[in-house]
Design a protein around this ligand. Structure first.
Ligand SMILES: Nc1ncnc2c1ncn2[C@@H]1O[C@H](COP(=O)(O)OP(=O)(O)O)[C@@H](O)[C@H]1O
Ligand SMILES: [Mg+2]
Length: 284
């Protein structure tokens, strides 16, 4: 896929709407990123990022360590303001700048690497917190909603609600953080390396949860991940941030990019072992 593919894809997505009924891959656009550059410590990490996040899709953000994936997520949720470019929430009504006066706080659920649970609160209190801030519910309704989201995230044991975060396993804490991110029923969930530090089985179960959210709840997920298994299992599209080029060099379905993407992307998606171009020659 050519280097300009990210722009081509987002441009074509922008024209959708007048054609036939949307399928899973040409759905409504939730968020539009346009001409975004990322800076950290006075250095430009990435420039000219343009892509859409579509309703119900899992969009994986990949690239070498330090290329700017977490920085991109922080810009997408409005935690960091761009020097160049913009991020716009375009679903449901007037477009809203993520960094403007009326940011889409309720529309985006976030579970970050470091942004784990508050250790001073129980799991249930953690999950209810966004409801206290943004929803008009009484205590009993908040608890009911929080327990429902914990069960949805794979923590159905009623005792978990009153547990201290420190008493949970790493995988359970990730699930609780995802329950908290889901408690306001956001159409978009942003996850930064959710399987970091988890064993392969726990990590695979987390993939199952993401697939359930996508298929049963219809939540779109932006997922930063290094895990190839996870990527191929759950991602509809992959955005590759190239650390050397300083911009996105590919956007498309992971399997397509593994077979036909730019060299750096193929290498990333095959752990540096792309299939031999002529396997028959090797065995001859
Ligand atoms: N607040 C900051 N000040 C200075 N440098 C930063 C800051 N945040 C991130 N960086 C640097 O920016 C680069 C990209 O960081 P990050 O977005 O976390 O990358 P990734 O998530 O892709 O590993 C890294 O080299 C990191 O050290
Ligand atoms: Mg990161």
């Amino acid at each position: 896929m050519p280097a300009a593919s990210s722009r081509e894809h987002s441009a074509s997505a922008g024209r959708l709407g007048s054609g036939p009924a949307p399928g899973p891959h040409d759905a409504e656009v939730l968020m539009r990123v346009q001409g975004l550059s990322l800076h950290a410590g006075g250095r430009e990490l990435q420039r000219d990022l343009s892509f859409d996040v579509r309703a119900g899709e899992v969009l994986a953000i990949c690239g070498a360590s330090g290329c700017g994936k977490s920085t991109l997520l922080r810009h997408m949720i409005g935690l960091q303001t761009p020097q160049t470019g913009r991020v716009t929430w375009v679903a449901g009504g007037e477009p809203r700048d993520v960094h403007g006066d009326d940011p889409p706080r309720r529309e985006i659920g976030v579970a970050f690497q470091a942004g784990a649970l508050w250790s001073s609160m129980t799991v249930g209190e953690n999950v209810m917190l966004p409801l206290e801030l943004y929803a008009d519910l009484d205590e009993a309704q908040r608890e009911q909603q929080a327990r429902f989201k914990l069960a949805l995230a794979g923590l159905p044991d009623p005792a978990t609600f009153d547990a201290e975060p420190a008493s949970l396993s790493g995988g359970m804490r990730k699930r609780a953080a995802i329950a908290r991110a889901l408690v306001l029923d956001p159409p978009l969930l942003c996850l930064d390396e959710p399987s970091a530090g988890l064993d392969p089985l726990t990590s695979a179960r987390l993939d199952d949860l993401l697939l359930r959210l996508k298929h049963e709840v219809g939540t779109a997920i932006v997922l930063v991940t290094h895990e190839l298994d996870s990527l191929f299992a759950v991602a509809d599209r992959l955005l590759f941030l190239d650390v050397d080029a300083g911009t996105a060099t590919a956007l498309g379905p992971p399997a397509e990019l593994r077979d036909h993407g730019p060299a750096a992307v193929r290498e990333f998606l095959t752990r540096g072992r792309p299939p031999a171009a002529h396997p028959s020659e090797e065995t001859a």
